[in-house]
Design a protein around this ligand. Structure first.
Ligand code: SAH
Ligand code: SF4
Ligand code: F3S
Length: 470
């Protein structure tokens, strides 16, 4: 095996920390610390990136706020996965013009996956002139340098790093919670599913060193984090680029050996690379939660081939069987796309039959959204939006029935749950998660947040469980 992981030299990262110090000195002479607000769209990968952005901003002497009101720096971390996600960003970006009129010194930054799309960067350049800085995910590590350039030049800065991306270690992080934490184990994607924009905006697959990941997990466990999720677009490709004898199941085993009372989760798994070694590791590692998100996308093998998913319906079902043979009550969730170009009603029926056969605990359902630059966006797509919507509604209805039945089976059981935060409903002031990551509403003292407790399940809805402390 040959090592191919590109790494940003430590001295280049150190230079970023020097820029942070320079901006911190500049901010320190102001009567009050300037404020910064980071708004995040998209997946957990983006949430994790935003924690790095906040870490860098804090290092530059900004006070991090949770509202755009009067913020001196605004960072919008965007998602390009579907048209709807992009429209929301453009809408909210447009609205920021009013705040900037009141506070002309405000700096507005757009980063994340949309910023890496050439046509988006161009549209911002032309039509969103209140935006000062645009940079893609591969340029994230040099945010301090880019922000400094905005200050020094008093002009707009665009940095769409066209490289395949690299690993940068040693950036400061500011985590959003104290119970749950994200740990990116790899970046990018090599799979090029024909509908998906991610490989174009996130660069090639590259893995962080196992030692770096393990020491981050060790530190989190020591700090009292109880729920640690390992992140990557396809965690099952982990390590392929490292030129060492380490793969994802091996990483899980090593993480499992770290002392402490915490749960390990991971996402996402591509079915083509999820196999018996992974399922064995999940069964054998007591800290690894009995839950897997295994997107199937379609229940029809012709559509799967057109999507370039590299597995068939039968192979997917075989994997589910192999998994359940080892962990009978594993919680299984998935993603599915309705209305892929050329999908027929009969092929859609195969998706319906697959969800009836597998009975997922929860499903994330999407209508195909053409993404500029992907092969699927060029494929003939004769089915109308209304018809796709009707298929989608049937799918959601079927899944809601299954989710409800699955939740009903929990009633009367007592489960060890992690109390992870406050609830939104005053009657159920706490929220918790089962080991399988099902949401539980319950009431109790706030001091329980961050603790594992036995919870008796007393009721449910399609989306959540209700319980009481046992
Ligand atoms: N890396 C993950 C998926 C990330 S995107 C994986 O491979 O499992 C999350 C989900 O968005 C995908 O699983 C897919 O169901 C959906 N998705 C991606 N591109 C889409 C598109 N162009 N239109 C509709 N849904 C899409
Ligand atoms: Fe997109 Fe496929 Fe990569 Fe997932 S595996 S990010 S769906 S290209
Ligand atoms: Fe969106 Fe980028 Fe994640 S496109 S789903 S934020 S990898």
């Amino acid at each position: 095996m040959e090592r191919t992981t590109p790494v940003i030299p430590a001295e280049d990262v150190r230079r970023q920390r020097e820029y942070c110090a320079e901006l911190r000195a500049r901010n320190a002479v102001l009567p009050a610390p300037p404020t910064a607000w980071v708004d995040t769209y998209g997946c957990q990968q983006n949430e994790a990136d935003s924690e790095l952005i906040r870490g860098m901003l804090a290092d530059m002497g900004y006070a991090i706020t949770d509202s755009e009101e009067g913020a001196d720096v605004i960072v919008i971390n965007t998602c390009a996965i579907r048209e709807h996600a992009e429209q929301r960003v453009f809408g909210n970006l447009g609205a920021l013009v009013h705040g900037k009129r009141k506070n002309p010194h405000q700096i507005i930054c757009v980063c994340g996956c949309m910023a890496q799309e050439e046509h988006v960067a161009e549209r911002i350049r032309q039509s969103y002139r209140h935006v000062d800085l645009v940079f893609g995910p591969q340029a994230l590590w040099k945010f301090p340098e880019l922000l400094r350039r905005v200050y020094l030049r008093r002009g707009r800065v665009f940095d769409r790093d066209e490289s395949a991306g690299a690993i940068a270690e040693g950036l400061p992080v500011r985590r959003s919670g104290s119970v749950k934490a994200w740990v990116s184990i790899m970046y990018g994607c090599n799979n090029f599913c024909t509908y998906c924009i991610v490989p174009y905006v996130r660069g090639r697959e590259r893995s962080r060193e196992p030692e770096v990941i393990l020491s981050e997990i060790r530190e989190l466990a020591e700090q009292g984090y109880k729920d640690i999720t390992l992140l990557g677009q396809n965690v099952n490709s982990y390590g392929k680029d490292l030129g060492e004898d380490v793969d994802f199941p091996a990483l899980l085993e090593r993480a499992n050996a770290i002392p402490g009372d915490f749960l390990l989760r991971f996402m996402t798994s591509h079915p083509k690379d999820a196999g018996e070694r992974l399922f064995d590791a999940m069964r054998d590692c007591e800290k690894v939660a009995p839950v897997i998100h295994l997107p199937f996308q379609s229940g029809n093998s012709r559509v799967l081939a057109a999507m370039n998913r590299r597995y068939t319906r039968e192979q997917y079902l075989d994997k589910v069987r192999a998994l359940r043979a080892r962990i009978p009550d594993v919680v299984l969730t998935s993603d599915v796309i309705v209305g892929f170009p050329g999908e027929t009603e009969e092929e859609f029926e195969d998706t319906l039959s697959l969800i009836r056969e597998v009975r997922f605990d929860a499903l994330f359902t999407f209508i195909f959204s053409p993404r500029k630059g992907t092969p699927a966006a060029e494929m003939p797509d004769p089915v109308s939006r209304a018809e796709k919507q009707a298929w989608f509604d049937r799918l959601v209805e079927e899944q809601n029935r299954i989710s409800l039945e699955k939740h009903q089976a929990y009633i009367g059981k007592t489960l060890r749950c992690l109390i992870d935060g406050e609830g939104e409903d005053p009657r159920n002031n706490l929220s918790a998660r089962t080991a399988g990551n099902r949401l539980v509403h319950l009431s109790g003292d706030k001091s329980l947040i961050g603790q594992f407790r036995d919870v008796r399940i007393t009721g449910c809805s399609t989306w959540a469980l209700f319980g009481e402390l046992a």
